[in-house]
Ligand binder design. Structure first.
Ligand code: AHG
Ligand code: MN
Ligand code: MN
Ligand code: MN
Length: 330
């Protein structure tokens, strides 16, 4: 059955997962356990982030990741925490991460799930106490259970995702995810160490009056995108850009709006990574009634050929994504 379970605000994440699993008699509990493992990693990272200034884990590590980005200490700490939680949880046979060049094998070769993660999104904001996040995407492996997973396992269209979500370490810490039966948000109560359902069955408004993009790169944008920006300004829409994709995405999800990261001179294929930024958020936005496009096609229809490939990204209220697509394609 695909209908969403209407569960009361305030139940714990654990009970929510259990009730949803009961609704699926054939569910064997592995995905439920995987989601618990992700929530655990989120609690651990949340604690690290909240103490970052006190424990010398801010600032740069002095290394670069496969993207050629300078890694922040917390990028790598979050990466290690997630990989360890998923490895120990036993439900995941392989992981790809923004912070790792190659596929990470967990050794759980009998596990049927694989995970793509952006362990810490919005790194440029870590040291300035601005909201940051984690983004994750879950697929069934393509390779035989019991064999060693390979890169091919990860080269699947976005519409093959089994689950996806994000953690937002903001004024409060919340976990938002979907398993294809709607989108639900859980707020973390650190005094109890539990996530509680706080945003049941999130739906984004069809239209919105908030646009979110880095206008510093405006001169690099296509004429079409610049015309769309002009329209937003003519209509006195509100411009909001936090510089953490998760924070900008979440605000638009709750208030309506569009987030755009078009191709620029510096990033001719777009900056955001398809497998662990665009795909997971596209799954969420569609489950919440919105849209996600690369300007020409639905993000979830794209067939990836490289683990770290990038894409232009237009995501949010359906009418706003339609409008910017019309500018681009006419
Ligand atoms: P990450 O920190 O995981 O590398 O992602 C950063 C992304 C995204 O979070 C954010 O919206 C965008 O980069 C900001 O890019 P600009 O600084 O170019 O605007
Ligand atoms: Mn990111
Ligand atoms: Mn990141
Ligand atoms: Mn990065």
């Amino acid at each position: 059955t695909n209908e969403q379970l209407a569960l009361p605000v305030g139940i714990t994440l654990d009970r929510f997962i259990m009730r949803n699993q009961e609704a699926f008699p054939f569910a064997s509990g592995e995905l439920s356990q995987l989601l618990r493992d992700i929530a655990l990693a989120g609690k651990i990272i949340n604690r690290e982030i909240n103490r970052a200034g006190l424990s010398d884990i801010t600032g740069q590590l002095g290394s670069q990741n496969v993207q050629g980005e300078t890694q922040q200490k917390l990028d790598v700490i979050a990466d290690i925490r997630f990989i360890r939680a998923l490895k120990n949880g036993g439900e995941v046979c392989a992981i790809i991460s923004e912070e790792a060049t190659e596929v990470i094998l967990t050794g759980n070769n009998h596990a049927k799930y694989i995970v793509a993660i952006d362990p810490l999104d919005g790194s440029s904001n870590i040291d300035t106490n601005v909201s940051i996040g984690t983004i994750f995407s879950v697929y069934r492996r393509r390779s035989e259970i019991g064999t060693e997973p390979t890169e091919e396992d990860f080269l699947q269209r976005g519409n093959k995702q089994v689950a996806s979500g994000y953690l937002l370490y903001g004024s409060s810490t919340i976990l938002v995810y979907t398993t294809g039966k709607g989108v639900n948000g859980f707020t973390y109560d650190y005094s109890l160490g539990e996530f509680f359902l706080s945003h049941p069955q999130i739906q984004i408004s069809q239209d919105g009056e908030i646009y979110s993009c880095n206008e510093g790169y405006k001169s690099d944008f296509s004429d079409a995108v610049q015309h769309y920006l002009e329209e937003c300004k003519q209509k006195r829409f509100s411009s909001r850009y936090i510089g953490s994709l998760v924070a900008d995405f979440h605000r638009n999800l709750l208030k309506g709006g569009i987030y755009m990261y078009p191709a620029t001179r510096k990033t001719p294929n777009g900056k955001l990574r398809l497998l662990y930024e665009c795909f997971p958020l596209a799954f969420i936005i569609e489950q919440a009634g919105g849209k996600a496009s690369d300007g020409k096609q639905r993000i979830l229809d794209i067939f990836p050929t490289d683990l770290h490939q990038r894409s232009a990204f237009y995501v949010g209220s359906g009418k706003m994504v339609d409008t910017v697509e019309n500018y681009i394609n006419n």
